[in-house]
Design a protein. Structure first.
Length: 335
């Protein structure tokens, strides 16, 4: 079965007949779920079953953004509320090991929630380092402003997810922390010299380059390419691959964000031509997805190898005492 280089969202709580037909024909690499798709555990499991029926494979990449804090698609009352990264990171200044333990345990609990639903990939951890005055789209989602702290805590989150059988996604490579605009609404432009970026923003991504998946930043770095955002810049993606050493599956951030211009077919072609292995389209709007499909190409060659390798650990869960972990988190957050 020949897959295409896309990850798609869907519109609601179950697949429509039109979506089923579209996904069967296009055969995307994977899917992503949002709050609009998640009403209860049984409903999410039924939706996941719909996706497997439309695209039968032993393990499907089914993604979700479940970071904790304000970026959580699974919410109470059916799922626990997890703290934002900044709350856990606050422990680091007085006890780095406790902070790493808290982040790992928190991620392991998130993984347990996701695995119980059939979700296989979490779009986390962030390795972005926000600067003073930057747009708060990153804000408390960041693990800190020190590269080493961000490395330690992002590594802990990735480890907790992986131990629960969930594939982590490193984002937003090569860095979104200097953006003074929200790329959901407009295109951020960063004029910082390359030497500074190499000493700060790029450091965590280089240290975490062994993670299986990463998501690009819809950000222009004028020191590298003044005409294209990272997602559509061959120069930036070459830096991600060569200088930062990332060898895993590279996905675009969402094609439907307003930072991007042009038709959806053009956006798709530009991101893939620049070096993204797959494109991400999240909002489930069929007319847009049809345009994306018009710009797609088969998932093959090195991109197919990366895609297969990225999912190798999905579903392999280590033994875990959930009740003890929740008790441990309460203790750490109260300390």
């Amino acid at each position: 079965m020949s897959l295409t280089r896309a990850i798609f969202g869907c519109s609601g709580l179950r697949l429509t007949a039109e979506e089923k037909s579209f996904f069967r024909e296009v055969k995307p690499y994977g899917f992503i779920l949002f709050a609009r798709n998640c009403a209860s555990p049984d409903q999410v499991r039924a939706l996941v079953a719909d996706l497997y029926e439309a695209c039968p494979r032993p393990v499907l990449p089914i993604l979700i953004d479940q970071e904790g804090g304000r970026v959580a698609r699974l919410k109470p009352p059916h799922w626990p509320a997890y703290p934002p990264a900044a709350k856990l990171a606050a422990l680091y200044s007085r006890d780095p090991e406790a902070a790493k333990s808290a982040v790992y345990t928190n991620a392991r609990l998130i993984a347990e929630d996701l695995a119980s639903l059939g979700i296989t990939v979490d779009c986390a951890p962030l390795a972005d380092i926000p600067i003073e005055g930057a747009h708060d789209i990153i804000g408390d989602r960041a693990f800190g402003r020190s590269p080493q702290q961000v490395i330690d805590l992002a590594r802990a989150m990735a480890g907790g997810l992986a131990a629960g059988g969930i594939v982590p996604v490193l984002k937003h490579i090569p860095g979104h922390g200097r953006a003074f605009a929200d790329s959901h609404e407009e295109l951020p432009v960063v004029d910082t010299p390359l030497e500074v970026l190499r000493e700060t923003d790029f450091v965590p991504f280089k240290a975490l380059s062994d993670l299986p998946m990463a998501m690009t930043a819809h950000v222009v770095f004028t020191a590298l390419d003044a005409d294209h955002m990272a997602t559509t810049s061959p120069r930036v993606i070459e830096l991600i691959r060569r200088e930062l050493g990332f060898a895993g599956l590279l996905m675009s951030d969402d094609l439907s964000m307003k930072a991007m211009k042009g038709s959806y077919a053009e956006r798709t072609k530009e991101a893939l031509a620049a070096g993204c292995d797959v494109v991400l389209h999240c909002n489930g709007e069929m007319q847009q997805m049809l345009q994306v499909a018009a710009g797609l190409s088969p998932l093959e060659g090195i991109s197919l190898e990366r895609a297969a390798k990225a999912m190798a650990g999905a579903g392999t869960r280590k033994a875990f005492d959930v009740a003890a972990a929740r008790d441990r988190m309460r203790e750490l957050l109260a300390s």
